[in-house]
Write a protein that binds this ligand. Structure first.
Ligand SMILES: [Zn+2]
Length: 399
């Protein structure tokens, strides 16, 4: 790589996502002011393969992987400065794994402004922080999963006010938790969010340009997400084949959060508590995912996202295990990359600036020692070992 007059020339073998497949092209990128200026063909072999950065579409900066939400809140309230330091370090190590953009699916609790501010300050000081779409609060009602840690609404007027506040606080996304946690006796989740509120949320978010995502594990919540054409269904652990087909037909994205569920199961097993719930959810998630992988006559569901649930119970931020689990459960490598790059960019409505390596786009790149498409499933368990360097907005981030 050479720098001249602020222009950096990068000769690589770069991935391009085409309509039906992916291609590798020998190119030289010119990079200036954090953007790809141009992309010329070349002939000689390059040292590195390059892809766009990964987009983690379901994560929580304000959660640090404590096993329970209550411990998370305690940390936030009692040790806020320490929390900011840990979060800034998480952001740096996340970038080093190639994750250059994230969608934060809502913080626990309400005293979070200061903590988001810490992340913005780190970025303005030049520290590596992934581009992040935030949801400011998670919205729920009494009886919903994690409702004590969400912003609960009690009337339609209040809901409308919260959506206006989301918009004013710079959120790009609204995340609703409309169902209860697992009721173990019946193995069911209850839809607890009034349907009239849900209709209002869909109408207002569409009008204000906010993305609408719902936490939905049970069939009823997934059905409601389909009825109102939300933008993304999180988890979808009990989605039937029919529901998956309808999601795809409506262009609704799916964050399977396999890593989060896998980490929960591991923790439950080692702690000897909560095993039944964790095993039930993991079993459903893997079955749903395997169905989705062959949904279209053996070809996969088209709207997968990379969403690991980083920050939730025992789930690390700087990890690519979600992608390994997606591959291990049958998704081909190129579809994993598509989910983690172009699909994530489209979901976040940033497909004009990230997710592809095209002139005018952000210079967010992963430099690979080997072509990730040629690595087998076992190699994907340690995918980060093949990452030589990461570029964020044109700056090389060194380990
Ligand atoms: Zn989550």
């Amino acid at each position: 790589m050479k720098d001249s007059a602020g222009v950096r020339t990068v000769p690589v073998d770069a991935i391009a996502f085409l309509q039906d497949n992916v291609a590798w092209n020998r190119v030289s990128f010119c990079i200036q002011d954090g953007k790809i200026l141009s992309c010329e063909s070349r002939n000689d072999p390059a040292q590195f393969f390059v892809t766009p950065g990964f987009v983690n579409c379901h994560m929580h900066w304000l959660m640090l992987g404590e096993p329970t939400l209550e411990r998370e809140i305690e940390l936030m309230k009692n040790r806020p400065d320490e929390m900011i330091d840990i979060m800034v370090e998480n952001a740096r190590s996340t970038v080093l794994k190639g994750i250059t953009a994230c969608c934060d699916k809502g913080p626990p609790g309400l005293e979070t402004h200061r903590i988001y501010q810490g992340l913005r300050t780190a970025k303005s000081c030049g520290l590596p922080v992934p581009k992040t779409l935030v949801s400011t609060w998670t919205i729920s009602v009494d009886g919903a999963f994690a409702s004590p840690l969400s912003r609960r609404v009690y009337s339609q007027n209040e809901l409308e006010q919260v959506i206006r506040e989301l918009h004013e606080t710079g959120a790009g996304i609204m995340k609703i938790i409309p169902e209860s946690g697992l009721r173990l006796a019946q193995f069911t989740y209850d839809w607890v969010f009034p349907e009239a509120y849900f209709a209002v949320a869909r109408e207002m978010t569409a009008r204000l340009g906010l993305i609408l995502a719902i936490h939905a594990k049970g069939p009823e919540s997934i059905g409601m997400g389909l009825k109102y054409s939300v933008d993304c269904i999180e988890h979808a652990t009990e989605a039937s084949v029919t529901q998956l087909k309808e999601m795809q037909g409506k262009g609704i994205y799916l964050s399977p959060t396999l890593e989060g569920l896998w980490c929960r199961l591991n923790y439950a097993t080692s702690a000897g508590s909560g095993v039944a719930t964790a095993a039930f959810e993991w079993g459903n998630a893997t079955q749903m995912f395997r169905n989705a992988v062959v949904l279209n006559n053996g070809k996969p569901f088209t709207h997968f996202l990379f969403g690991s649930d980083a920050g939730s119970a025992c789930t690390p931020h700087a990890s690519l295990r979600e992608l390994y689990l997606m591959r291990k459960l049958g998704l081909p490598a190129e579809d994993c990359l598509r989910a983690a790059m172009v699909n994530g960019a489209r979901f976040m409505k940033l497909h004009g600036s990230i997710g592809q390596l095209t002139p005018g786009y952000c210079a967010d790149m992963i430099f690979w020692r080997r072509n990730p498409l040629e690595l087998d499933v076992a190699d994907w368990e340690h995918l980060d070992q093949y990452i030589a360097a990461v570029m964020l907005d044109g700056n090389l981030i060194e380990p």
